[in-house]
Design a protein around this ligand. Structure first.
Ligand code: CP
Length: 315
């Protein structure tokens, strides 16, 4: 297996098509490990990975932990809420303190855009961005691509509808970047207050202020969470009104291809951006995304912490 040419995973913008395919193919090599009776391989024995999450997470933090454990790495979850961060320790001092314990990879989630790149510039180990502000969530885009490729057989040239609160979504930004690498026809649908100006030009996508043109003939329907914690009233006066116009239910999904898949990065606001009938329906791949997350994060840890060029020991 060729060596990965990056020391960190900070955003999709720093990857090209071959990098993405390298990560997805490595994820495929690890996918089966999680379905075995003994879900462990020795690939990262003796390596140390630190999860450093300054923001809440269920899927990302847990799947990085499980990914590392399945590769036999020593996983450390640093609980920011019970750490010296609460005594005012800076991000710089926290990271230099952790570096002195010789981790191989630090996985960081932080509310500030650019925090992961800052940490990578200060530390002498691999850094994975597990979500920084509204900027990027590259491992989510990679697991989404992994899921799409498994269900559609390809990433090339698909029509993808991304619906909802794009303004606050690092998931949308990373997905747009990745999908455009593969020539996908990406359509954004959301209220003007929740799609930043110039988003279409910046990400080379089409933007609509209604669902229909985005959903019509789509291969993939990606619903985004309304980020209530980041919303002001001026942006969205009524969730009920939002749901009526931008909620994806069976009637809206019928505009997409008959075999379109429905995705959501989670956590979902059921009955707001997605109807439970769609979230739990036969076209939903939401839980497949979660399963893919473990395989893709195993691939990322292996590529950043493993021996360059070594086989993944997973087949
Ligand atoms: N998709 C995602 O990042 O979920 P969590 O916030 O639960 O990690």
């Amino acid at each position: 297996m060729p060596a990965f040419r990056h020391a960190h995973l900070l955003d999709i913008a720093s990857l090209d098509r071959e990098d993405v395919l390298h990560i997805l193919d490595t994820g495929e090599a690890f996918f089966g490990v999680s379905r075995r009776p003994v879900r462990k391989v020795p690939t990262l024995r003796g390596k140390t990975v630190i999860n450093l999450f300054y923001e809440a997470s269920t899927r990302t933090r847990t799947s990085f932990e499980i990914a590392g454990k399945r590769l036999s790495a020593d996983m450390v979850n640093m609980s920011v809420s019970t750490s010296s961060v609460k005594k005012g320790e800076s991000l710089y001092d926290t990271c230099k303190t952790l570096e002195a314990m010789h981790p191989d990879v630090v996985v960081i989630r932080h509310a500030s855009s650019g925090a992961a790149a800052y940490v990578a510039s200060k530390l002498d180990c691999g850094v994975i961005n597990a979500g920084d502000g509204m900027h990027a969530h590259p491992s989510q885009a990679l697991l989404d691509a992994f899921t799409i490729r498994r269900h559609r057989g390809t990433l090339e040239g698909l029509k993808v509808a991304i619906c909802g609160d794009v303004a606050h979504s690092r998931v949308a930004r990373s997905n747009c970047r990745l999908l455009r690498l593969f020539g996908c026809d990406v359509h954004i649908a959301g209220p003007r207050t929740l799609v930043p100006p110039h988003f279409a030009e910046a990400f080379d996508v089409e933007v609509h202020d209604s669902l229909a043109p985005a959903l019509e003939g789509a291969d993939v329907v990606m619903c985004l969470r309304i980020q209530r914690e980041r919303l002001g009233e001026a942006l969205l006066p009524s969730l009920r009104e939002y749901s009526r116009v931008f909620g994806v239910g069976p009637k809206q999904l019928a505009m997409a291809k008959e075999d379109a898949i429905v995705m959501h990065p989670g956590p979902m606001n059921r009955g707001v951006e997605i109807d439970p009938a769609v979230a739990d329906g036969p076209q939903s791949v939401v839980l497949d995304q979660v399963e893919a997350g473990v395989a893709v994060r195993m691939a990322l840890l292996y590529l950043l912490a493993g021996e360059a060029g070594a086989a993944p020991e997973a087949a």
